[in-house]
Design a protein around this ligand. Structure first.
Ligand code: BES
Ligand code: ZN
Ligand code: ZN
Length: 522
């Protein structure tokens, strides 16, 4: 779908549908809706009077123009209460209005910039939200289905703006919104892909393609390199599978003069059967999405390659299957992680924290700081918070606040949980330095505390996205299936960090390979 910005009068636009809006409770349409109303001999006002149009959020009313306007259809969208109006609503409205018009069969659509006029929001941000909502809302995963004859597409969306002076900003908004949404859709594609089409090897190949496309460096560590580095935790998870594990590393260098590199880490379990501690079969197919954290990180890197902020970022994605077999890790086995710590594996289904332990150690060896990891880590997080938000935990409140704000800007809710010392004893083992699971209570927190053992003093935020990686129904920008969360959050975060004054330069004193000096703690 092409998205354009044009200067002009929307009622003159010949698109197959034009979209105007109104707030809840207004008696007379305003702005573009008023002009359209006039051309339609008061049809909108009449529908308001009769109570069919109330302006409630997400209310969609289709009016056929029968030759009174160049466009055959007008879609009136309700913006809801003016006091509750914000960018999230613009994004969601754009998604649902366009899905509706796709069903109607309108191939071309022209829309006013929702939120910019009476809405009082920043026009550029509204344009971004409309583009984001359009691209995310129209997402479908159809690769493995026979193409339906009837499959309809919207080919062109035009944002129509009266004032020529504002058009450049709208175009910028559209461009950024597109990139963010396309990045999220790519992450959705990866997460929706069945595990037989997305093995660790194929995930690494996709990362290579992405790197090539936007000019990132890509390095893929194979089993031998993992052995050399002593990644016993990751290898312990991988040893039950006949698919070889891959550690995917993508590097974006947007500021060669800046010391320090942000680390984005993502769980890349391409299928989580649970291993010997095997999961019940009901719902197990959903565990093809246990690499959504890794997908989000890889696709955020794609967006960064396109947006080119002045900052350095490295993504690290440990990718493997978690399978039961004669060679699989058994409950009670002890693994030696890259950091040197030994881990008693109580439950082989708590594999995410094992692979991330080695990813974190590798990230620290590379001098990455701060570190943000994203993972579908625990069912306990879903029990704790339901499915509305991603949980986060951190050893650095300032950084944590930035991640939460980046999520808010993306319409991806993030809620913080505590990392109280008290829970640490849950991970004490009789035979090793740590065990990989504690009791059921506070399970998401002990999982994060397990990671904290490897993070040590590096500023770090952990996102447990088990609640949000998958949507069970269509709503606003979400469609059924993978959500692409938290791809846009990560991009927003990095764009924000790039705007900050770089940390004071200091000579790299320890660790790190050349060009990867440790950043001063932020
Ligand atoms: N991948 C799962 C967590 C998960 C659950 C993600 C539901 C998405 C939806 C993870 O590897 C896992 O199995 N965790 C166990 C940990 C337990 C054994 C301590 C869990 O949550 O049950
Ligand atoms: Zn598991
Ligand atoms: Zn898992």
């Amino acid at each position: 779908m092409e998205i354009k910005v044009e200067v002009g009068d929307i009622q003159q636009h010949p698109a197959k549908a034009i979209v105007v809006n109104l707030f809840e409770g207004v008696k007379k349409p305003g702005g573009a809706a008023a002009a359209v109303d006039k051309a339609l001999a008061g049809a909108i006002s009449q529908l308001i009077e009769e109570g069919e149009i109330k302006g409630k959020f997400n209310e969609l009313t289709l009016i056929h123009t029968l030759g009174r306007l160049p466009s055959p259809r007008v879609l009136v969208v309700g913006l809801g209460k003016q006091a509750e109006f914000k960018l999230d609503k613009v994004r969601d409205l754009s998604a649902s209005a366009l899905r509706y018009l796709r069903r109607v069969g309108a191939k071309t659509v022209a829309s006013v910039v929702h939120g910019a006029g009476v809405g009082g929001l920043e026009p550029q941000q509204c344009a971004q939200a409309i583009a984001e909502g359009a691209v995310m809302g129209l997402y479908r995963f159809t690769r493995h289905k026979k193409k339906e004859e009837e499959e309809r597409e919207i080919e062109e969306l035009t944002l129509v703006e009266l004032d020529a002076a504002g058009a450049a900003a709208l175009r910028q908004g559209v461009a950024k919104g597109r990139i963010l949404a396309e990045a999220a859709n790519r992450a959705r594609d990866m997460a929706n892909e069945p595990a037989n089409y997305l093995t660790p090897t194929m995930m690494a190949e996709q990362a290579e393609v992405i790197a090539e496309e936007v000019g990132l460096e890509c390095e893929v560590l194979a089993r031998e390199q993992m052995e050399e580095l002593g990644m016993g935790a990751l290898l312990g998870v991988a040893q039950g599978s006949s698919q070889p594990p891959k550690m995917i590393v993508l590097r974006y260098r947007g500021d060669r003069r800046r010391k320090g590199t942000v680390g984005l880490l993502g769980k890349g379990i391409t299928f989580d059967s649970g291993g010997i501690s095997i999961k019940p079969s009901a719902g197990m197919q959903e565990m093809k999405g246990d690499m959504s954290g890794g997908a989000a990180v890889i696709c955020a890197m794609w967006a960064l390659g396109r947006l080119k902020p002045r900052i350095n970022v490295t993504a690290v994605v440990p990718a493997t299957e978690n399978m039961p077999s004669g060679s699989a890790t058994k409950p009670g086995d002890v693994l030696r992680a890259m950091s040197g710590k030994s881990i008693e594996v109580i439950n082989t289904d708590a594999e995410g924290r094992l692979i991330l332990a080695d990813a974190i150690a590798y990230a620290r060896q590379q001098g990455l700081s701060p570190i943000v990891d994203v993972a579908t880590l625990t069912g306990a997080m879903v029990i704790a918070i339901g499915k509305a938000a991603t949980g986060c935990m951190s050893n650095n409140q300032e950084l944590c606040q930035k991640v939460i704000a980046a999520g808010e800007a993306a319409g991806e809710k993030i809620w913080q949980f505590p990392l109280y010392e008290e829970y640490k004893e849950h991970l004490k083992s009789d035979v090793a330095d740590l065990k990989n699971v504690g009791p059921r209570e506070g399970g998401a927190i002990s999982a994060a505390l397990f990671l904290a053992e490897f993070v040590e003093d590096t500023p770090w935020v952990h996102l447990d996205m088990a609640p949000t990686d998958n949507a069970d129904k269509e709503k606003g920008v979400w469609v059924k299936g993978a959500t692409g969360i938290p791809t846009r959050t990560l991009v927003n975060l990095v764009l924000g960090l790039a705007q900050e004054k770089p940390p004071a330069r200091r000579r790299s004193q320890q660790g790190g390979t050349p060009g990867h000096g440790r950043a001063a703690a932020s």
